[in-house]
Design a protein around this ligand. Structure first.
Ligand SMILES: Nc1ncnc2c1ncn2[C@@H]1O[C@H](COP(=O)(O)OP(=O)(O)O)[C@@H](O)[C@H]1O
Ligand SMILES: [Mg+2]
Length: 253
């Protein structure tokens, strides 16, 4: 179980009309993610989704509030300590490395060297080619291939909690269905609490709970049907004139 208690991430604006002002990118989130459930987080660009994922993984430190994982306060833990506690993060833009093969990368990420176990991991992400292990993880890989590698290194750790930030970025439409199925299977077979940040309806439909972030808060928590009117609204800008004492940078002066 992952508990977010009055969680804030605040920065000081460096430029523009709001320069020098404090801005809450995450503005007081309270939420409990239940074990083994599938959550989809969606919301407008810049609403704070990636920042929230980075706070959970420990890439960013909370300005205020608390993060608890399976009963323990992890707010002060490093990324490595959180990874050891069973939290894994799939990046929106996975790294590419010159001169490293998929076998090297997977072994480094998981400590597994046994060929049969590595091939089993390939199978889990839907790669049915034996030669893939010795492919270079470089600029020549397609967006879909690099994403599968990212998924393989994440699920290989058998995390208790897996967070994927827009795993469908750069993926063709035909790959999204199998990717949703893969993450659902991991959720069900390994009881992985799964949080996927995505705008894709296939992920939103697969989720037990849809969360919509707006201006650093959960503006909606519920099923997809209830979220649909708000999703339709996402294409509309929500800039508002600033009021007295308003510290929100999304308002104009
Ligand atoms: N470390 C930071 N310092 C200042 N601003 C940041 C920082 N990280 C993110 N932001 C800003 O916070 C907002 C939310 O960013 P992000 O969480 O990446 O949004 P999303 O993933 O929902 O598109 C954006 O306006 C972004 O520019
Ligand atoms: Mg993002």
């Amino acid at each position: 179980m992952l508990e977010l208690k009055d969680l804030y991430f605040s920065v000081t604006e460096t430029n523009g009309t709001n320069g020098g002002r404090k801005r809450d990118i995450i503005g007081g989130i309270n939420f409990t993610f239940e074990p083994g459930k599938f959550y989809a987080i969606t919301g407008p660009n810049g609403s704070g989704k990636t920042t929230l994922a980075k706070l959970i993984m420990g890439i960013h430190r909370a300005s205020a509030g608390e993060i608890r994982f399976n009963g323990n306060d992890i707010t002060g833990l490093t990324i490595t300590e959180r990874a050891r506690a069973g939290i894994a993060f799939g990046f929106q833009q996975p790294a590419r490395f010159k001169g490293i093969t998929f076998r090297d990368l997977l072994s480094m990420a998981t400590g597994i060297e046994d060929e049969a176990k590595l091939l089993d991991l390939l199978r889990r992400v839907g790669i049915c080619s034996l030669s893939f292990l010795d492919k270079a993880v470089d600029a020549k890989l397609s967006g879909g291939e690099i994403k599968k590698i990212e998924l393989a290194t994440t699920i290989a750790r058998n995390p208790k909690l897996a967070i994927y930030d827009e795993p469908d970025t750069g993926i063709d439409l035909w790959t999204i269905g199998p990717m949703v199925n893969l993450l659902k299977r991991e959720q069900i077979e390994h009881h992985t609490t799964t949080i996927v940040i995505s705008h894709n309806r296939a992920f939103l439909r697969a989720a037990d709970v849809v969360l919509m972030v707006n201006l650093g808060k959960f503006a909606y928590v519920g099923n997809l049907d209830g979220a649909l009117p708000m999703l339709a609204d996402l294409s509309v800008c929500n800039f508002k004139p600033c009021r007295e004492g308003d510290e929100n940078a999304q308002c104009f002066r």
